[in-house]
Design a protein around this ligand. Structure first.
Ligand SMILES: Nc1ncnc2c1ncn2[C@@H]1O[C@H](COP(=O)(O)OP(=O)(O)O)[C@@H](O)[C@H]1O
Ligand SMILES: [Mg+2]
Length: 364
């Protein structure tokens, strides 16, 4: 088990910077998720921990030891990739035991550890098969087994579930969490999938263009996004971000006005009146009602017209217009509304946010 520290870590490929000034401590036995869109530097960061890429600025420490110049094989880390390559001519047993064979562990010990590791991942009955005789999920588990058999101090996982179909992804996600619970190995897990990040991470690190945007527990980050990028990256459908101006205790958008509750008014006091800001309201915080509704407390009523209705089974996504802007609401599945219908949108501002011109959350 180990702690991993990033101290002002940067990486550039020639002229282009891929990772900028990352400062972060991954605690012992933590399951930390790096989340962000493709190209934001997640894999690069992970590869620097593994020793597969040079660190061009700053330091990476594993349990206090600077590893910048330590050979990959001497870092006591194991990396699992999206494209796990198993040796096709070897059995499951031989594949799993391969790292130990390479380090000249005696045969009887290898056999014992392979048996134990295979049992942890539910591969007991498959030891004599070859990769071609396995399903995608089983192959991925063999790849995992091969990396955990060395009992590394740190697991590095780069989108290990991306190649699996939806059902298998959920199942393997649960297995990975159980595995972590059991082994308690410090894990850095990379994904671009917000659901994976939210469900798996003790903490998540949201990245954009090589820069860490926010670090925190999943729900905290979701509830208090540091900026519009984080707010929009987490949550589906996407958060409603309406641009407008502050005027006293009201927010004026294009063709609509929202009186601010005390939380938002507090945030608004950080900027001067007349500033350009964005109001952020998540779709689940908008109720669609047929007929007039009285506003009260945190709830604000706006008149709207439905433009699109998307049933997804468990919920109904309703797009409606007020003035010149669109709102997306996530409402109860069987609400009888249809395009063209006049409705009242009830915005619950309890979890709403105001973002400044630079995109930063005014409350943070
Ligand atoms: N070997 C490389 N040479 C040059 N640029 C690279 C190399 N690897 C990655 N990059 C660039 O670094 C940035 C981060 O890439 P990467 O870490 O792979 O992102 P992610 O894993 O988040 O999708 C991207 O702009 C990518 O094009
Ligand atoms: Mg990547």
């Amino acid at each position: 088990m180990a702690q991993v520290e990033f101290i002002q870590v940067g990486k550039s490929y020639g002229e282009t910077g891929a990772v900028h000034n990352v400062n972060l401590t991954v605690d012992d036995s933590e399951f930390l998720v790096l989340l962000g869109p493709s190209g934001c530097g997640k894999s690069t960061l992970l590869k620097m921990v593994a020793g597969l890429e040079d660190v061009t600025a700053g330091e990476i420490r594993i349990d206090g030891r600077v590893v910048n110049y330590v050979k990959p094989g001497d870092r006591n880390v194991a990396m699992v990739f999206q494209n796990y390559a198993l040796y096709p001519h070897m059995t499951v047993q031989e594949n799993i035991g391969f790292p130990l064979k390479m380090t000249k562990v005696p045969k009887d010990q290898i056999r014992e550890r392979v048996t134990r590791t295979a049992a942890i991942l539910g591969l007991d009955g498959l030891l004599d098969r070859r990769p071609e005789q396995l399903s995608g999920g089983q192959r991925q588990r063999v790849a995992l087994a091969r990396s955990i058999i060395r009992e590394p101090a740190v697991f590095l996982m780069d989108e290990p579930l991306s190649n699996l179909d939806a059902q298998l992804r959920v199942q393997t996600r649960e297995e990975l969490l159980k595995l972590h619970e059991r082994l308690q190995t410090t894990t850095i897990y990379v994904t671009h999938d917000q659901i994976e990040a939210m469900t798996m991470g003790h903490r998540i690190v949201v990245m954009r263009s090589g820069v860490v945007q926010q670090v925190g527990r999943p729900q905290d980050v979701y509830d208090n996004p540091a900026n519009t990028f984080v707010a929009a990256f987490l949550g589906s459908p996407r958060i409603n971000l309406q641009t407008g101006k502050l005027d006293g205790a009201t927010f004026g958008g294009d063709g609509f006005v929202v009186p601010l509750n005390s939380k938002l008014a507090g945030a608004a006091s950080a900027v001067t009146a007349g500033s350009d800001v964005a109001l952020g309201v998540r779709p689940e915080d908008i109720e669609v009602r047929v007929g007039a509704v009285e506003a009260s407390g945190d709830k604000i009523a706006l008149d709207g017209v439905v433009s699109l209705v998307e049933p997804v089974g468990s919920d109904l996504y309703v797009r409606a217009q007020t003035g010149n802007v669109d709102w997306m609401a996530r409402t109860e599945a069987r609400l009888p509304v249809e395009p063209g219908q006049a409705v009242t949108l009830v915005l619950n501002l309890e979890h709403a946010h105001l973002f400044g011109e630079d995109g930063r959350n005014l409350a943070s």
